[in-house]
Design a protein around this ligand. Structure first.
Ligand SMILES: [Zn+2]
Length: 472
């Protein structure tokens, strides 16, 4: 008989419209699945976990994170998007060894789990060699997180001979990864691709990346329309008939209204990186465009090299921005809103049910529903922000820090329990991360003495070289 666990007496935010919210509810887990949700469930043969006074919610889902960058946390604190592009993508990324990618992905995934994020879309674009790609997958696997591993086809080092001489070799390496790690169904990791920058690389590359993804039934993630004054590649995709519901379009800040109409009609999904976009001058987070065109917003942490890896922070900033944007016109006419238009409970949908839909995982995750995978979090405990907890959704969105996420389960298994990570020696992991970061930055300084900076600052990777690299 499968192991049974009963979470009893919690304030259960199921995020399942048929079940709603249970102010005092039980959740029965059987093996890796949710077996039942209700009030005072008559269960006798289960491990009972008393969660009275705590909130039970679905594990949160991040729809875009460059997990490998967790070894350069905070590097881009006061950087522009251009600084990031030259500094991280073209200088730091080439300095990563395969071991760094493994450690970065493992630490970044552990960080996510610690904060109650049980699933991530890992936008993995530091695959400088086949070893790097292997390390990215095994780093996620060793963390024990659920993830869509999205293989990036990027070339990252314009100053060194590329490991992959031709784009076809990168595509072949993706197929190698697909065969090596994703041939069987059922694990925590699923397969995806991360497209090379659209509109910058030859369209034949974009087409090849999408076609191989579809042949492999892989999720397709792409940065989209986030650099002002640069071609987005969106119209080429639309004209070629390559848009589809198997795609997550990230940022989308510069799309026109007409392009939004096309995007929505295609069924493609959208990921908003609120904190990155607001801090790097990328434009308005596209909650309004999503609402206008019937697209479900989802959220992403993007880069911990700049901002928080805590998805609750993204929800909080997204809700604040949304409420501000919805009332801006009234304010400018000297008026106050009479009602709040977007609620905290609606904001929680961004990182649960909406995000599950974006990743094509609605059947498995995103809500506390019988039959789904038991990816759950329990929030509460001794933190000041958790007392009193007068509104469960409000407590989740406005008061919860990773320290308040007391229990985290992935597929029915505790990965964090009573505030402590189960499978990881965190002090050891953090010590190794500090040492790895020092080594990476030393290698960057050796290769690029003017780091960080842009070509205008004398950064030695000049714009022409960088562009040539992206076109290669
Ligand atoms: Zn990104």
């Amino acid at each position: 008989m499968k192991r049974r666990t009963l979470l009893t007496g919690g304030h259960v935010l199921t995020m399942d419209p048929a079940l709603g919210t249970l102010p005092t509810g039980d959740v029965l887990l059987e093996g890796e699945r949710i077996a039942a949700v209700g009030t005072s469930l008559p269960v006798v043969d289960a491990e009972v976990v008393d969660v009275r006074g705590r909130i039970v919610a679905p594990g949160m889902i991040d729809t875009h994170r460059h997990t490998w960058q967790s070894l350069v946390r905070g590097l881009c604190t006061d950087w522009t998007l251009a600084d990031y592009f030259y500094g991280v993508r073209l200088a730091v990324s080439p300095a990563y060894t395969a071991e760094d990618v493994h450690l970065g992905n493992r630490l970044g995934a552990v960080e996510a789990l610690d904060a109650g994020v049980t699933t991530i879309l890992d936008f993995s674009h530091c695959n400088n060699t086949p070893d790097h790609a292997d390390a990215a997958v095994t780093g996620l696997r060793d963390a024990g997180i659920r993830a869509a591993f999205c293989y990036g086809f990027f070339e990252s080092n314009p100053l060194a001979p590329p490991h992959f001489a031709a784009h076809e070799q990168r595509v072949a390496d993706f197929e190698r990864i697909a065969d090596a790690y994703f041939a069987a169904d059922g694990g925590l990791l699923t397969l995806g691709v991360a497209l090379t920058e659209l509109g910058v690389v030859p369209f034949s590359h974009t087409r090849a990346e999408i076609e191989v993804a579809r042949r492999r039934e892989a999720l397709i993630a792409t940065h989209m329309a986030c650099v002002w004054g640069m071609p987005s590649g969106f119209d080429e995709l639309a004209t070629a008939g390559l848009l589809g519901p198997d795609q997550v379009h990230i940022h989308c800040n510069t799309l026109t209204d007409a392009q939004w109409t096309v995007l929505a009609a295609s069924g493609a999904k959208v990921s908003i990186s609120v904190e990155t976009e607001l801090n790097m001058g990328m434009g308005r987070p596209v909650f309004g465009a999503c609402a206008a065109h019937g697209v479900l917003p989802t959220l992403s942490c993007d880069v911990v090299s700049l901002n928080s890896g805590d998805l609750v922070s993204q929800i909080r900033q997204g809700l604040g921005f949304t409420r501000w944007a919805e009332t801006e016109a009234l304010n400018l006419r000297g008026r106050d809103p009479r009602v709040v238009t977007t609620t905290a409970a609606q904001a929680l949908e961004w990182s649960t049910v909406n995000a599950a839909d974006a990743l094509g995982m609605s059947e498995r995750i995103g809500s506390i529903s019988p039959g789904k995978q038991a990816d759950l979090i329990v929030v509460g405990g001794p933190g000041i922000g958790q007392h009193p907890a007068l509104d469960a959704a409000g407590t989740m969105v406005f008061q919860t820090t990773p320290a308040d996420v007391r229990d985290v389960l992935v597929a029915g298994r505790f990965v964090k329990r009573d505030g402590r990570l189960i499978d990881h020696d965190l002090p050891d992991l953090l010590g190794r991360a500090d040492a790895a970061a020092a080594r990476i930055l030393r290698r960057v300084q050796d290769a690029v003495p003017s780091f960080p900076g842009t070509p205008e600052d004398g950064f030695e990777l000049n714009a022409a070289l960088a562009t040539a690299n992206l076109r290669a």
